[in-house]
Design a protein around this ligand. Structure first.
Ligand code: TEU
Ligand code: CA
Length: 554
């Protein structure tokens, strides 16, 4: 298998708004991140991924950009950013930026122009269509609820927005738009970045005849995925982006691809197709959602997690490359979702870390994961900040049979805001995140769960992560080895092998809070890492709740 630095790298995602606030306005900022670079280096991080830091009205916390070449004022200045990059590089780490170009903000000058008249030179930068039968051009539903079309009175047409109405979709079929995008990418490469995480990169191409989506329920709007996700044209666009820009840099590219099968995933990441290095796939993020709407219901079963991950391991092996993650800024906290944040927080947080660090692929850590940070309990909807959830609530609370209590309970399980509560640095006021008032509620458990305590504690989640990261970094087998699922149908245990050049590393994970007998016993070996200090599995014959053992066969 072809070696590459981005395959070996440890990636750490920073959501700047919630990471560290230096000037006391309650909002994380670039100077704040700068003060934490040593912490990240010490953890073993190689690549920082910054969620968007560009100028934005913050309808979706920076994923709605009004100027791609400016830094959001709340976060600092371009000089602060240059300093951050310089200091990141000085520590031997790399920096990748979030590229959000499926849509812009409706406050971007291109859109403001586009809105002015039907013959404005920027009109075709976006997607405008006439009303059909007095309503929107078709029945597509926005991923953020309601119609995907917004009526704009001055020109009596609708514009398309797959996300919020303040995120109008760019028209990728217009070559001028693509030129603008390549140009802004060059701007950041010229400043020295090491790559991009590419937002919603599988929805650039749309079926430009905008057919109605198949009707699956009695709701007014329907999912139009068939007509705007993973279209053949989308691959052409990415290939062009590769040829025009990416191929000229030794960079890392990771595309975000929801609603994507492994077969599609290969197309994006197969090096011979010249598109991207890897994708953020979503299959394992959908296992605890019943139906298509994650805010309604669903339950987690470990076997579903195993099956989804195993499928991607086999599918991409030797063809593409996986990105292994269980959390990001769009997902709840992994220890609350797939572990037990009450009775086995340490054990399950470590076990889940062991999982993402021993599969084939590049591991991505989301800020606070390395501390085992948990979901927050919100008492009221007013405490949530996320536009996706609040839009959902606005639309759904009007539907017959809506149950506010049930909805709040589900939001407390699945909301994106769980990932966005401030990073817990210390046990002092506001968790050391800010000297002011945090923009979103702080999880009150920062008194127990914080970096300061964990840095001193050899039995902390943080200390375990450090060992885990070092273990992977020094093991070609863990990075490049073949994956084999040894117990694919077991309900509770994930047991797999990684093999390279005759070396075999076994990983055995108890995904549950039960004590589980192991039958047959695994082979004898040398334990490389475990979150328990008892006997190795081949002597003990059973696994403790959320136990993880990584061992080399002798
Ligand atoms: O996410 C796109 C996306 O697919 C998510 O909206 C995801 O489907 C959803 O959160 C799961 O319910 C990206 C960004 O990661 C996200 O933060 C942005 O809100 C979105 O794009 C729009 O830019
Ligand atoms: Ca600030």
């Amino acid at each position: 298998m072809e070696k590459a630095w981005w395959k070996e790298a440890e990636v750490y995602q920073i959501y700047p708004r919630s990471f560290c606030d230096q000037n006391g306005d309650g909002i994380g900022d670039l100077p704040g991140i700068l003060t934490k670079l040593d912490y990240l280096k010490d953890l073993g991080v190689d690549v920082l991924w910054l969620s968007p830091v560009y100028q934005s009205p913050n309808d979706d916390n920076g994923y709605d950009i009004s100027d791609y070449k400016k830094i959001m004022e709340e976060f600092g200045s371009l000089e602060d950013w240059d300093q951050l990059l310089k200091q990141t590089h000085a520590r031997g780490m790399r920096l990748i930026m979030d590229l959000v170009v499926n849509h812009t903000s409706d406050e971007h000058p291109w859109f403001i122009e586009s809105q002015k008249s039907r013959d404005n030179p920027y009109r075709d930068y976006y997607i405008w269509r006439d009303s059909v039968n007095g309503g929107p051009p078709n029945n597509w539903e926005s991923i953020f609820s309601g119609s995907a079309w917004q009526y704009d009175p001055p020109t009596d047409q609708y514009y398309l927005h797959l996300f919020s109405k303040k995120q109008p979709d760019l028209n990728w079929s217009n070559p001028k738009v693509r030129e603008e995008i390549y140009n802004l990418m060059e701007f950041w490469f010229a400043r020295g970045i090491d790559g991009f995480r590419i937002d919603v990169m599988n929805m650039y191409a749309k079926d430009m005849s905008f057919p109605n989506a198949p009707v699956k329920n009695d709701r007014p709007f329907q999912k139009g995925f068939k007509y705007h996700v993973n279209l053949p044209k989308n691959h052409e666009y990415l290939h062009e982006m590769y040829q025009r820009v990416l191929s000229r840099y030794d960079c890392m590219t990771v595309g975000e691809a929801s609603f994507t099968s492994p077969q599609e995933g290969i197309k994006y990441t197969d090096p011979s197709r010249q598109e991207l290095n890897m994708i953020i796939q979503f299959e394992h993020m959908g296992i605890d959602t019943e139906g298509e709407d994650k805010y309604i219901s669903g339950a987690y079963r470990p076997l579903d997690l195993k099956r989804a991950l195993t499928r991607w391991q086999y599918a991409l092996n030797g063809k593409g490359w996986n990105c292994n993650y269980l959390s990001n800024h769009d997902q709840p906290r992994q220890v609350s979702r797939f572990g037990d944040d009450k009775n086995y927080r340490y054990e399950s947080a470590c076990m889940l870390g062991a999982l993402t660090h021993t599969l084939q692929g590049t591991p991505f850590i989301y800020q606070g994961e390395e501390l085992g940070m948990t979901n927050i309990k919100m008492e009221r909807f007013e405490d949530f900040r996320d536009v996706e959830l609040l839009n959902w609530l606005r639309v759904h609370s009007k539907l017959p049979g809506f149950d506010l209590h049930k909805a709040l309970e589900r939001a407390n399980y699945i909301s994106r805001d769980h990932a966005r509560t401030p990073m817990q640095w210390t046990d002092s006021e506001n968790a050391g995140f800010t000297s002011g008032t945090p923009w979103i509620k702080l999880n009150p458990n920062y008194r127990q769960i914080n970096a300061r305590e964990q840095l001193q504690n050899p039995h902390s989640v943080l200390s375990f992560y450090k060992k885990l990261i070092a273990l992977r970094k020094n093991s070609e087998t863990l990075i490049y080895g073949e994956f084999e699922d040894l117990l694919p149908d077991h309900e509770d245990i994930y047991y797999y092998k990684r093999a390279l050049n005759g070396e075999e590393i076994y990983i055995i994970l108890n995904l549950t809070d039960k004590l589980i007998k192991m039958d047959p016993y695994p082979p004898k070996g040398k334990v490389l890492l475990s979150n328990y200090c008892g006997k190795p599995i081949w002597e003990e014959g059973q696994l403790h709740p959320f136990e993880a053992q990584i061992f080399r066969k002798e």
